[in-house]
Ligand binder design. Structure first.
Ligand SMILES: O=C([O-])C(=O)C[C@H](O)[C@@H](O)C(=O)[O-]
Ligand SMILES: [Mg+2]
Length: 421
């Protein structure tokens, strides 16, 4: 039997319009960046993945892409060794930073991830099976997502207002949530906090509770509060939110909050790599970990994370960043194959203004996406859209996510709200 080999890899950075969504470190720039990775084999197949597109990450992807020719797309352990070797040579093992909130000490997981996902897509295409089958099979055929609410301005300065309008008051947040629930059918809601004083964000959560009495709610201030403030908020929102996400920075701070409340604490900030799990478990710092295959080294390593959280009796949820359909497909396959992923997953998908996958395979019905039934990830690229969005990347002027720099170009006095209240 002849075995297919990787013949070439294409990495295409793309840009799409992003609304002025506010967070603890600033505001989203007018353009969000992603990169599409296509791995071609000598047997004529192509596997797809989507990843970050900050320029340092692109350079690392390019270095691996140049070295991976001839590799067996089924040898994922060997592929990871190759990524580790290439990055060691290129960067001396330096870490990675995305948007001021996600910093990891090693770039191996973030760089390996799209190569692994694209190889799994290839394996699925070659075997005629969906990726979910390669991850152990389907435990749910629809994956529920949470409506992701943001404080936001009506539009980027100097531009027309976008279709979502301003959201700075509880009523405006409720109106945004109404639009998410009515338009997409979401059965739970997450509010991105860390923008306004905690009393105002609690008031917004209470307004959401009054409007949507049955929907699970989450609040995520990305570490904007001290442990003391976090405990006050936890007391106020006990019984109102299903979890508080990263109220305060760091494992130690989260452990202090955890020791003083019964409220479930979740994180995608103090546990973002395997090395963070032992100290977080020992300190009982969090009860829920938000997985993210882009950050945790691909789909199979995220499944490993799921097993570890299960072992320690922790819950598992899923984090997102601004993303397009290829990422959404990978998230859906992963969630569909992960028995203990019982929380609705995060997604920024409603905020995106364009996509580059052909329509039809990833529709939201009642806030859930059915697992695509095609082979591999079950999505195909719309080549015209890819070309257009690559052109947008070339001309938009954004080369890395810089929420703080962009905010400071509008408000010179702004400093990140991390630990502010
Ligand atoms: O749950 C989270 O922490 C996120 O989704 C992080 C993102 O960077 C979010 O804050 C955003 O898009 O501004
Ligand atoms: Mg978070």
């Amino acid at each position: 039997m002849t075995r297919s080999r990787i013949s070439r890899v294409e990495v295409t950075p793309v840009a799409f319009r992003d609304p002025p969504l506010l967070n603890v470190v600033g505001v989203h720039q007018p353009w969000a960046l992603r990169a599409i990775v296509e791995i071609h084999t000598d047997s004529g197949l192509t596997g797809l993945a989507e990843t970050y597109a900050d320029e340092t990450h692109l350079a690392r992807l390019a270095a691996v892409a140049a070295a991976v020719g001839g590799h067996d797309p089924y040898d994922l352990h060997g592929l990871r060794r190759l990524v580790t070797d290439v990055l060691g040579r290129e960067t001396g093992g330096a870490g990675a930073s995305f948007g001021g909130m996600l910093d990891v000490t090693s770039a191996v997981d973030t760089v390996f991830s799209p190569f692994e996902v694209a190889c799994l897509d290839l394996q699925g295409r070659e075997s005629g099976r969906p990726v979910v089958d390669l991850l152990g099979g389907m435990v749910r055929d629809r994956v529920p997502f949470s409506g992701y609410l943001f404080y936001k301005w009506a539009g980027h300065p100097g531009e027309e207002f976008d279709e979502w309008g301003e959201a700075l008051t509880p009523d405006q947040v409720v109106a945004q949530a109404r639009r998410m629930v009515d338009g997409w059918g979401f059965g739970s809601l997450k509010l991105k906090g860390g923008v306004l004083p905690p009393e105002d964000e609690c008031a917004a959560i209470e307004a959401l509770r009054a409007e949507f009495p049955d929907l699970p709610l989450r609040l995520d201030p990305n570490g904007a509060w001290s442990p003391e403030t976090s405990l006050k908020v936890a007391e106020r929102l006990a019984g109102v939110v299903e979890y508080l996400e990263d109220p305060t920075p760091g494992i130690e701070g989260m452990a202090r909050v955890s020791a003083g409340t019964e409220l479930t604490l979740a994180t995608n900030m103090c546990v973002i790599a395997f090395e963070h799990l032992p100290p977080a478990v020992a300190a009982n710092a969090v009860q829920v970990v938000l997985s993210d295959h882009h950050l945790w080294g691909g789909l199979r390593r995220t499944a490993l994370l799921a097993g570890i959280t299960e072992t320690f009796g922790m819950g598992l949820s899923m984090h997102s960043n601004s993303h397009l359909g290829v990422s959404l497909a990978a998230m859906v396959h992963l969630a569909a194959a992960t028995p203990n992923l019982t929380y609705a997953c995060d997604t920024h998908y409603p905020w995106k203004t364009q996509d580059l996958v052909r329509p039809g395979s990833l529709d939201f019905v009642d806030g859930s996406v059915a697992v695509p039934t095609g082979v591999g990830l079950g999505v195909e690229l719309d080549r015209d859209a890819l070309a257009l969005m690559h052109e947008q990347y070339l001309t938009c002027g954004v080369r890395r996510r810089e929420d703080t720099v962009y905010m400071q170009s509008i408000d010179r006095s702004f400093t990140p709200n991390t630990g502010r209240w």
